[in-house]
Each structure stands twice: as structure tokens, then as C-alpha cells.
Design a protein around this ligand. Structure first.
Ligand code: URA
Length: 236
């Protein structure tokens, strides 16, 4: 890609004009050589681009966590309904991010957004056993046999036997936590329906070792730290 594009992409919010000013001021180098033209081609996977001597991270893959609010779709576009991409700050909308696993429109919580298709696959495929933890509020009190039934593989409405999962009752008899490695449509709601209950509220708290950041307000995103991405990639 062009150097000015690489420099612009390296920092959310930087414009092409700002990038060009930095370049013509001689503050940018490619593989150690100062370059004063924005249209010079660089390969951001192999070339080192520096600004004032510091490497700029024009990474190909980007990873974010969002605290998804209720009322928006976990999709990249929709004709009639607001999507999680609509909630992103403008510069992040151009990165080609997609959600790694969906949350229902009325569900909230941890949503990973990335342009790394392999990571998305690893998170959502049951084969990798990346466990997702959900907090649920229920219509009826949870029962002590839920955990055994989930571990044995509960059969949901269409006859599908779910993979082994877990249920942990909360202190409140109408609250609990569900742990699943697969992501069928409405899975947690259907599993609780299969044991005679109903989910009134659903919030994803954790994906693998990544926990929803308590500081993120509904609709906010933050970039994942390198160690968080590594933790998610561990089961590859
Ligand atoms: N299970 C559900 O029922 N809904 C979700 O959004 C996620 C898991």
C-alpha cells in the first residue's frame, strides 16, 4: 500500500493530509531510509515504517472488544436496524471488522470484532473448545439438576443434542451462568427452555480467557492488548 495510507491507518483518526505533512517533513522512514513521498509503496507485513524513529504499527489484523448494548444487530450491515459496526468510531468502520460470533439483538456484553478471519473461525468453531460464559436472568428459579443436564448434552427444540455445557447457579435463584463452546442460533435461550425455564436477560461475560472490560460503557470499544489476542489465539 502507499506510505501515506500506511501512516494514516497506523493511528485511528489520522488523516491522509496529516500523514503527508509528516512525510514531507522528513519524519518518516522506510527500512531506515527517510522517504519524502507519500505515494511510495510499502508492504506493511515486511517493511518497517518509522515515525520519528519509532516503529508505527500498521498492522494487517486489528482486534477490538465491544460492550454490545441491547437493540443493535451483531452484523456488519442491515437495511433497517442499527448494527454493531454503526457504533464504531468512523476510522474503525473502514478496517473490515466483523463480529466473532453473534449475540442476539436483545443480548448484551462481550463482542470481539476483528478482520482476522482465522481468529473468528477459531473462536466460533466448537472444535477449538473456546468456552463462552453468559450471565442469565431467568423467569423461574434455576434447579440443581441443570448442570448435570447441560453436561450430558441437553436436547433443544429442533431435536439437536447440544455439546456438553455447564450451568452454575447464582446466589439469586433466578440468576446463573452458562458455559458453552458452540454457538447455535439462540443457543443459551433454547437450552434453558429445554429445561423448562426462560431467559429474560442475557449478557456475555467471557470468551475463552478474555473477560468483558468492566470500564467499557454499552456501545464502547477498545483495542485488545497483544497478550489478550495471544490468549485468544492459544488454541489454534
Ligand atoms: N445464546 C443465545 O441464546 N443468545 C445469544 O445471543 C448468545 C447465546
Amino acid at each position: 500500500m502507499r506510505l501515506d495510507r500506511a501512516l494514516r491507518d497506523a493511528e485511528a483518526g489520522r488523516t491522509r493530509t496529516e500523514a503527508d505533512k509528516l512525510i514531507s517533513a522528513g519524519r518518516v522512514a522506510v527500512n531506515g531510509t527517510v522517504v519524502r513521498k507519500g505515494d511510495v509503496k510499502v508492504d506493511t507485513d515486511t517493511d518497517t515504517v518509522t515515525l520519528d524513529g519509532r516503529a508505527v504499527t500498521s498492522r494487517r489484523f486489528r482486534y477490538y472488544m465491544m460492550n454490545k448494548p441491547a437493540g443493535v444487530l451483531s452484523a456488519t450491515e442491515d437495511r433497517s436496524c442499527e448494527t454493531v459496526l454503526d457504533l464504531l468510531p468512523e476510522p474503525l468502520r473502514k478496517l473490515g471488522l466483523s463480529p466473532a460470533g453473534r449475540l442476539d439483538k436483545d443480548a448484551e456484553g462481550l463482542l470481539i470484532l476483528t478482520n482476522d478471519g482465522d481468529l473468528i473461525h477459531n473462536i466460533i468453531t466448537p472444535k477449538k473448545h473456546v468456552e463462552k460464559r453468559y450471565y442469565v436472568r431467568l423467569r423461574e428459579n434455576w434447579q440443581p439438576d441443570y448442570d448435570d443436564r447441560f453436561r450430558a448434552g441437553v436436547v433443544i427444540d429442533d431435536g439437536y443434542q447440544c455439546m456438553p455445557a455447564r450451568f452454575e447457579g447464582g446466589e439469586n435463584p433466578k440468576e446463573g451462568y452458562v458455559y458453552v463452546c458452540e454457538g447455535k442460533f439462540h443457543q443459551v435461550k433454547r437450552m434453558l427452555a429445554a429445561v423448562g425455564n426462560e431467559v429474560l436477560y442475557l449478557r456475555r461475560l467471557q470468551v475463552g480467557e478474555l473477560t468483558l472490560d468492566a470500564d467499557l460503557a454499552p456501545g464502547e470499544v477498545r483495542e485488545l492488548e497483544e497478550n489478550e489476542v495471544l490468549a485468544l489465539s492459544k488454541k489454534r
